[in-house]
Design a protein around this ligand. Sequence first.
Ligand SMILES: [Ca+2]
Ligand SMILES: [Ca+2]
Length: 92
Amino acid sequence: MNYSSTLQNKAAQSIALASMLLIGAIGIVQADSVTKEGAPSWAAYDTNNDSSVSLEEATTNKMPIQVFKELDTNHDGKLSSDEFNKESRPMK
Ligand SMILES: [Ca+2]
Ligand SMILES: [Ca+2]
């Protein structure tokens, strides 16, 4: 009797299906928020449209915390569009 191996098979199939669905969902989210340069725009980070990007909004959109801290030049814990746009203009 191989009842338990049949159960394992079904579990494996379920996990494989869930993984495919998850990968598909992630792909859709990325296609939606990534610009042609390969990085989300500032507007895409500002998900609640309050004209600033919080650390939570940044990390939700996959910005590393280290990058956020570097961009937040006035250290108020939020990124303005000016601060964000400095990323593409490397001036000291
Ligand atoms: Ca915001
Ligand atoms: Ca700031």
